[in-house]
Each structure stands twice: as structure tokens, then as C-alpha cells.
Design a protein around this ligand. Structure first.
Ligand code: B12
Length: 222
């Protein structure tokens, strides 16, 4: 099994869409968990690519190919993600914050929440603070979920939480945050209600939040 995850990681790292497609078929044939294959294979491949990019061993075109290969993996496997009927259904408005165009992780979180019974409104990428708030009000959302992969854009998460407090909307919506540079400490400092490191962790915190009226301490998912 770990060999299959390693081969998926390598194919994503090398941006080979054809290999990724074949490996996704292998995942399904062998009844391997799609979310595990995405997390332990695909995410790991992109992490390696990110490291190579940081060390100037890979460049933007390779990053783009890796991202496209990951999308092939996610598109091939998400229809087969097991759905777990949830008693905690709620409405979630999700997006990638302003200035940030990374959407692979955000899409994975959105899909995983949907297959687990949540109603998800995906606002896409480069979403301004105003748009998050407008849409959350319009959709009467329970949770606002923000993703950020860029350190420079993560500030907008703080901005949104401040705005909710100023406009006395902080009791109306719960706010969850995640993405590469976001860690539990930062999430706590900006006053988010919950943080998760993975898409599965996002489901866990959203279920908890839907059953909790008052948050006294930030919730954390895997
Ligand atoms: C693929 C990629 C790209 C692709 C994006 C394609 C796409 N459609 O998304 C492209 C090539 C477009 C790109 C562009 C850039 N990128 Co880029 N990119 C990456 C890379 C390699 C992978 C990101 C990814 O998809 N990971 C896989 C997903 C599944 O993981 P994830 O997003 O973290 O999501 C998981 C969790 O974080 C969590 N999660 C995510 N969101 C949320 C939200 C909530 C609410 C919760 C609870 C959880 C959660 O769940 C997800 C699933 O487990 C990363 C390296 C890395 N290690 O992350 C660099 C990286 C993010 N990029 C980086 C940079 C610098 C850039 C550019 C500025 C490069 C440039 N010079 O132009 C541009 C920025 C463009 C912009 N304005 O946004 C840096 C960011 C550094 C920083 N900390 O600020 C990184 C870290 C690379 C590096 N090591 O330097 N990139």
C-alpha cells in the first residue's frame, strides 16, 4: 500500500497526468481509500514539489504541472469518496482569501465536507473580505471557511474576523481556517473558532461546531 502512495506522490511530483490517472485506477481496483490516496500520495507529492521550489530545484512551470496532476487525482477519486451521513448538517461558505489563487486544498476540503452531508457554497479563489461576509449573510451560512496558502494573504483571515466583531456578526457565524502556512497558534491568535490541518479534520471540526453554541476554546482537527 505504501508503495502505491509513493508512486502516486512521485507521479504528482513529476506532473505526470497519465501516470496519475493509471494510479487512480489502481487505487479503485484495489479498494484503497480515495481520501487516503489523495492525502498520503498526492499531498505528499505536492509537499515534495513545494520543497524543491523553495530550494530552487523546481520552478513555476513544474509547480503548475504538479497542481494539474493533483487535480486529475482528485477528479478521478472524489466521486468514489465514501459518504458518511451526518446529523450535523450545516451550511458552509468557503473560499481562498484575497490575493491567493491556490485552490487544490480548498476544493478538497469543500468536496469532503459535501460528501459528509454539509451544504457547501464555494466562492472560489481571491475572495475579498466583503464578498465572504456578503455571501455568508445572503446564504444564511453557519460557518465561514477560509483557505490560504500564501503567508502574505493569511492576513485577510484576521481582517475578516475583526470585521465580524465590528459588525457584531461574530456570534452569527463560526469561522474556520486552514491551508499551508496556517497553524493552530496563528488561528488562535486571530480568534478563529477552529483550525484543521486536513480535509478530514475539517469535517470533524465542522461537526463539532454545529453542535456547539458557545465556543470557549478554539477547536482543532487533524
Ligand atoms: C500547486 C502549487 C501552486 C499552483 C497552484 C495551482 C492551484 N490551482 O491551486 C500554482 C503554480 C498556480 C502556484 C502559484 C504560486 N505559488 Co504555489 N504552490 C503550490 C504547491 C506546490 C502545492 C499546493 C497544494 O495544492 N497543496 C496540496 C493541497 C491539498 O494542500 P493544501 O492546499 O495545504 O490543503 C490541505 C490543508 O492545508 C487543508 N486546508 C486547506 N485549506 C483549508 C481551509 C480550511 C478551512 C481548513 C479547515 C483546512 C484547509 O486541507 C487540505 C487537504 O488536506 C505549494 C507547496 C506546498 N507545500 O503547499 C506551493 C506554495 C503554496 N506556492 C508558493 C508560492 C510562493 C507561489 C507563487 C507566489 C509563485 C510565483 N512566484 O508566482 C504563486 C502564487 C499565485 C497566487 N497569487 O496565488 C509558496 C507559498 C509560500 C508562502 N508561505 O507564502 C509554496 C508554499 C511553495 C514554496 N515552498 O515556496 N502554486
Amino acid at each position: 500500500m505504501s508503495d502505491l502512495f509513493k508512486r502516486i506522490a512521485d507521479a504528482v511530483r513529476n506532473g505526470s497526468k497519465e501516470d496519475v490517472k493509471k494510479l487512480a485506477d489502481e487505487v479503485l481496483e484495489n479498494k484503497v481509500s480515495p481520501i487516503e490516496a489523495i492525502q498520503k500520495g498526492g499531498v505528499s507529492g505536492l509537499e515534495q514539489l513545494g520543497e524543491a521550489f523553495e530550494n530552487l530545484e523546481a520552478f513555476l512551470p513544474e509547480l503548475m504541472l504538479g497542481g494539474e496532476a493533483m487535480k486529475v487525482l482528485i477528479d478521478s477519486l472524489t466521486p468514489y469518496m465514501g459518504s458518511e451521513k451526518s446529523a450535523f448538517t450545516g451550511k458552509i461558505v468557503i473560499g481562498t482569501v484575497k490575493g491567493d489563487l491556490h485552490d487544490i486544498g480548498k476544493n478538497l476540503v469543500a468536496t469532503t465536507l459535501s460528501v459528509n452531508g454539509f451544504y457547501v457554497v464555494d466562492l472560489g479563489v481571491d475572495v475579498s473580505t466583503n464578498k465572504f461576509i456578503e455571501k455568508a449573510l445572503e446564504e444564511q451560512a453557519d460557518i465561514i471557511a477560509m483557505s490560504s496558502l500564501l503567508t502574505t494573504s493569511a492576513y485577510y483571515m484576521e481582517e475578516l474576523i475583526k470585521r465580524l466583531k465590528q459588525e457584531e456578526l461574530n456570534t452569527r457565524f463560526k469561522v474556520i481556517v486552514g491551508g499551508g502556512p496556517i497553524d493552530p497558534n496563528w488561528a488562535r491568535v486571530i480568534g478563529a473558532d477552529a483550525y484543521a490541518r486536513t480535509a478530514v479534520g475539517a469535517v470533524k471540526i465542522c461537526k463539532s461546531l454545529m453542535g456547539t453554541d458557545v465556543i470557549t476554546e478554539m477547536l482543532m482537527g487533524d
